[in-house]
Design a protein around this ligand. Structure first.
Ligand code: 3SK
Length: 514
């Protein structure tokens, strides 16, 4: 057992001498502060010491409801140094979900950005385990202490010695079904994702400047904007608020990131914006996408406009980051690419047997970043983690070149007239219509009780009229086959999504079932 198996030794302390003055994090809004690698090493030592002085012991959890500001890496790495387990939480949830997560995790302390205090305030009052609430930025409300009070008099603490297999942090995954599960990750998993996807697909280097629209509390954002840049001493641009197409364009113009990490909805919305606004001069060398499959047309339009491909990939909170991806110089839009070096993939039928090329199967993945399991959910852990293999719940097929083509979630597929239909295929056809920004397709029963596709559509342009609905039905028939067209079309302002932009079809199904 060596000190270096503590992930904080690798990601933070390794840069202490060599890159002391190099900027690790730069805020693009708000107080616009910067944090150097040297300062982060010192601050995280102090936070580790402050946690120890506050009586928070190794293996206890601390919840982090923290916006993307420099305090996020300070607290996260400080906790890892002291052996305490940080639990970053989605900053967009409701009070009742915070209560459920705080109870489930039995966190002893909560770090909360002052802006988020009003939504978590009612929840903390009824959670017995919370010993301490530390409020970041602004005045500390009654019953809480400020970050300065928490740090006062703390002695620096060196990263504790631990094995790579020791639990490092948890992430709560709401998944596409809405039930939050605490996903437990070990120290070694952070390095595993940085050495596979980060080094070999993103090919991140010290001179890169990264901007990720996915926030740090989310596995996709944590890799993109914290561990991958920190593995090589690069710089991250932090933005604490909601990323809109205007924000993306401003950041590309003013901060000149070289790597942009987006999600399909925002790529599509930014392209729509650029039909009216001027394209800024940018320094992009690599763009990536995850969260849901990237529509072909969005990838092609983006590449034609910026001269940079979008590498579409697939990851999960359980695998910590992307394990299936297109690669630089080898992009086929409409596919998710191939296994990331370091990961193995299988497509299995319902009996668990490998399917043939061209047949649809469930995707399973094996790799060193897999989670230890879910917290206190034995049945769900057993159903997802099968020995070395992790079930993804995604259906895929392989094309003749061995590239993986997404077919939908295992629980979203349904049969129409006895033939399997992938709602994703219908959605892809719909978003290739010039008026459609986003589409979600679910099964709805017709008058005879038989399942048929229904489309929920967000428009880019045009009026939500019966004529447009009829045009869209005809368009799908023509494009992918007569029986696949949506029998009903409903126009909406937006679609329900998870924090990464995965469409929550279960919410649409619930709504449609009334
Ligand atoms: O949704 C994804 O594709 C993803 C990618 C990286 C990390 C986590 C997730 C859920």
């Amino acid at each position: 057992m060596t000190a270096s198996s503590n992930a904080a030794s690798y990601f933070v302390d390794r840069h202490r001498q060599e890159r002391s003055d190099k900027i690790a994090f730069r805020e693009a809004a708000g107080k616009r502060r910067s944090l150097s690698y040297g300062q982060l090493a010192k601050d995280s030592d102090l936070i580790a010491g402050a946690l120890r002085s506050a009586g928070i012991a190794r293996e206890e959890r601390v919840a982090m409801l923290v916006l993307d500001t420099i305090e996020f890496p300070q607290i996260f790495w400080g906790a890892l140094k002291s052996g305490v387990v940080p639990v970053p939480i989605n900053t967009l949830l409701a009070t009742s979900v915070y209560e459920a997560i705080l109870r489930d995790s039995r966190a002893s302390a909560l770090f909360v950005s002052v802006e988020l205090w009003p939504v978590v305030q009612a929840a903390v009052q009824i959670v017995p385990e919370l010993k301490q609430i530390v409020v970041i930025g602004g005045e500390a409300p009654e019953g809480t202490i400020s970050m300065a009070e928490f740090m006062a008099g703390a002695d620096p603490l060196q990263a504790v010695t631990c094995s790579a297999d020791e639990t490092a942090f948890w992430l709560y995954s709401s998944g596409s079904t809405g039930q939050p599960k605490g996903v437990r990750h070990v120290h070694g998993a952070l390095r595993a994702t940085a050495e596979t996807y980060g080094a070999q697909v993103l090919q991140i280097r010290e001179t890169d400047v990264v901007f990720s629209v996915a926030k740090l509390f989310f596995a996709y954002g944590m890799g993109n904007a914290m561990t991958f840049p920190m593995a090589v001493g690069a710089t991250t641009i932090l933005f604490h608020d909601r990323p809109t197409p205007d924000v993306v364009l401003d950041i590309l113009r003013n901060e000149q990131p070289t790597i942009f990490c987006g999600v399909p909805t925002l790529y599509a919305a930014t392209l729509a914006k650029l039909e009216l606004a001027a394209k800024p001069d940018a320094s992009l060398r690599c763009c990536i996408s995850a969260g849901e499959a990237l529509p072909k047309d969005v990838g092609r339009k983006w590449r034609d406009l910026w001269g940079v491909d979008i590498l579409d990939g697939v990851g999960s909170t359980e695998m910590l980051h992307i394990f299936l991806s297109n690669a630089p110089g080898d992009v086929t839009y409409g596919t998710s690419g191939v296994a990331v070096p370091g990961y193995q993939l299988r497509l299995a039928d319902e009996a668990g047997d490998e399917v043939e090329q061209g047949e649809i199967g469930e995707l399973l993945v094996r790799g060193d970043s897999a989670a230890e399991g879910y917290w206190n959910q034995r049945d769900k852990s057993r159903a997802t983690f099968e020995g070395e293999w992790t079930r993804t719940g995604d259906k895929y097929e392989r094309d003749p070149q061995g590239r993986y083509i997404y077919c939908g979630r295992t629980d979203d597929m349904f049969k129409v007239s006895g033939i399997w239909l992938s709602p994703f295929e219908v959605e892809q056809a719909l978003v290739s219509h010039p008026s459609v920004l986003e589409a979600a397709v679910v099964a709805v029963r017709d008058g005879e009780g038989l399942e048929k596709p229904k489309a929920h559509i967000v428009l880019k342009e045009g009026d939500a009229s019966p004529e447009l609905a009829a045009e869209l039905k005809a368009f799908v028939k023509e494009k992918i086959g007569k029986w696949k067209y949506p029998r009903w079309v409903e126009f909406a302002e937006d679609l329900p999504k998870t924090a990464t932009g995965k469409i929550q079809r279960f919410k649409l199904r619930e709504k449609d079932e009334g």
